[in-house]
Design a binder for this molecule. Structure first.
Ligand SMILES: [Zn+2]
Length: 475
């Protein structure tokens, strides 16, 4: 079956032009300005809609057990969020239980994803213990096509591993070819500050960000990048939130180290003042690292524009305000950490990044679609409009905006942290591997449609060659 999409405003990481795209079954055949003579079975007149590759969100947590609860969106509702927001592939975090094996964790994650997935998906593997058993099991992960490993420098006694263990892991991953990613905040500092606030009875959400000051994030970011340099192993910092972290990444890249960074939509958009909302409403915004201040957001937008940061993610991990977040009503340390973003990421970055001239539309495609695929071994199957790539396509309507609300979102959660925010674009029609999965608000496939994406070993594909070593922090 051949389909021709005509008269689209085609946007890739490098180009924008009025043109046509032809795909056959699940793969793109050709892209150009005049494919009207092509043999085909059906024609779609895109009528000036914007045609972008499907987005990849490489940071989300679906049906994740955390802090005595389970995150609200699973691979079905979370997948619906993704698709309705122009994202066609998600990379979730497979998290072994403390003392458990990677094999056990994979079994649990497969059971959650396979029958429920709406869009394509893959996993990162979290390394929360480091011992000879896990070292051996890295081979299993690579065989399964899992080539990225996440470590935590925070959450002592739960997820955190030591510098010694991180460094040893980096050497092992280097041998096999993959990426080490890090949640980088100084965990010792966080623990001491949190305990001191608690001892003084300071237990409202206001104190959540104060336990993880920007310096504690900058310190851990720099430390992980230096460990990566010493191990000759690329490192990628997830959800960077502040100027201090950006400065460390810029410095590492200026020195020519293979260092990468990700920012999540909420850290570009939302302010730490939200923690002070009355009636415990600040709990809705509790995530780690926390929301920051205006000058941090400016640093993040600048770093996204000038190539210091390569990827926009979401850390989508939703918890209901009633029944989940309120577990921490008397103690912010017990509020399940996490918030939404899968559906909002691309419309928000388009509206507040592209339309407000902070980044170009090409840069949006690069950081939301192409670079995530390059970083994590899915390029050019995903994240591009090249002939031979999967026909993961999104037709965006730029004349049709909407106001974000928990009343209308696809998430199963009772809260949306962007409530009332106006966006100026809508994902109208979405194809995954050539199959139309969504049109005008309606889903056209069933749970289980999404396919697991095996990722090959190898170093992440280099991005931003031209600007590497030539970057300055924007503020
Ligand atoms: Zn996360």
């Amino acid at each position: 079956m051949r389909t021709l999409i005509q008269n689209a405003e085609i946007v890739t990481a490098s180009d924008q032009f009025r043109g046509d795209l032809l795909f056959q079954d699940d793969k793109i055949l050709s892209v150009g300005s005049n494919l009207g003579d092509a043999t085909r079975d059906q024609t779609i007149d895109a009528n000036g809609k914007y045609l972008l590759p499907g987005g990849l969100d490489v940071h989300c947590h679906l049906e994740m057990p955390f802090m005595g609860s389970v995150s609200k969106d699973d691979f079905t509702s979370g997948g619906k969020c993704a698709i309705a927001g122009g994202t066609t592939t998600v990379v979730d975090f497979c998290i072994p239980s403390k003392g458990g094996t990677l094999a056990q964790a994979l079994e649990i994650w497969d059971a959650k994803s396979k029958p429920k997935a709406m869009c394509d998906y893959s996993y990162h593997m979290c390394i929360v213990d480091w011992n000879e058993g896990i070292r051996k099991e890295l081979d299993l992960a690579f065989e399964r096509g899992i080539t990225s490993f996440k470590i935590f420098t925070a959450y002592k006694g739960a997820l955190m591993i030591s510098d010694e263990e991180i460094f040893d892991l980096m050497l092992e991953v280097r041998q096999r070819g993959g990426l080490v990613t890090a949640h980088a905040v100084n965990g010792d500092v966080l623990n001491i500050l949190a305990a001191r606030f608690a001892a003084e009875g300071k237990l409202s959400p206001h104190y959540h960000p104060l336990c993880q000051p920007p310096v504690a994030e900058g310190e851990a970011t720099g430390r992980v990048l230096e460990l990566g340099k010493m191990a000759d192993q690329p490192a990628y910092i997830v959800h960077m939130t502040c100027k201090e972290a950006v400065v460390e990444l810029a410095r590492a890249r200026k020195r020519g180290w293979e260092s990468y960074g990700e920012v999540c939509a909420q850290h570009l958009m939302l302010d730490a003042d939200l923690y002070d909302l009355p009636d415990f409403e600040g709990a809705k915004y509790v995530m780690s690292p926390p929301l920051r201040k205006a000058h941090d957001r400016e640093a993040l937008w600048g770093a996204l524009a000038n190539g210091i940061i390569q990827v926009v993610g979401t850390d989508h991990c939703t918890f209901d305000f009633k029944g989940q977040k309120d577990m921490g009503k008397d103690d912010f340390r017990k509020i399940p950490n996490g918030l939404n973003g899968l559906q909002e990421r691309m419309p928000v970055v388009w509206t507040y990044g592209v339309n407000q001239k902070r980044i170009s539309l090409q840069r949006l495609v690069e950081t939301c679609c192409t670079n995530p695929a390059k970083m994590f071994g899915l390029y050019p199957t995903k994240g591009s409009l090249l002939p031979g790539s999967d026909a993961d396509l999104v037709l965006w309507d730029t004349k049709q905006g909407y106001t974000i609300s928990a009343k209308t979102h696809q998430s199963a959660c009772d809260t949306n942290v962007y409530e009332g925010t106006r966006v100026e674009v809508t994902a109208h029609t979405v194809f995954i591997r050539g199959q139309k999965v969504y049109e005008a608000g309606k889903f056209l496939v069933e749970p289980g449609f999404g396919q697991y994406q095996k990722r090959p070993a190898g170093r992440p594909m280099k991005v931003d060659y031209s600007s590497l070593g030539n970057q300055t922090v924007g503020v």
